[in-house]
Design a protein. Structure first.
Length: 92
């Protein structure tokens, strides 16, 4: 198995950190994740989310694009790297 290294920027950085925190040691033992790097993680999403949802550039461009592409990217990553069967359909 190839080692997996994660990278994230902004909200993607938060996703990487949250995922690693939730997986704990299984990140390495089950998923072969060997390292990660993040930049610009909004550590307080509750405080940052109003700005992302407010009218203007963030909501119209950044947030809309991020959410639109997130499911497709997650499915590709799962299909490519995960051998563990998940109980919930990512497409649903």
């Amino acid at each position: 198995r190839w080692p997996i290294y994660l990278s994230g920027f902004s909200l993607g950085a938060n996703v990487v950190l949250k995922t690693l925190g939730e997986l704990g040691t299984t990140a390495q033992t089950t998923y072969n994740i060997r390292g990660a790097t993040v930049t610009g993680a909004p550590f307080d999403l509750e405080r940052c989310s109003p700005a992302l949802g407010a009218p203007g550039f963030n909501r119209e461009v950044y947030t809309a694009n991020f959410l639109r592409t997130l499911k497709a990217k997650a499915r590709v990553g799962l299909d490519r790297f995960c051998t563990v069967e998940l109980g919930e359909d990512v497409d649903g």
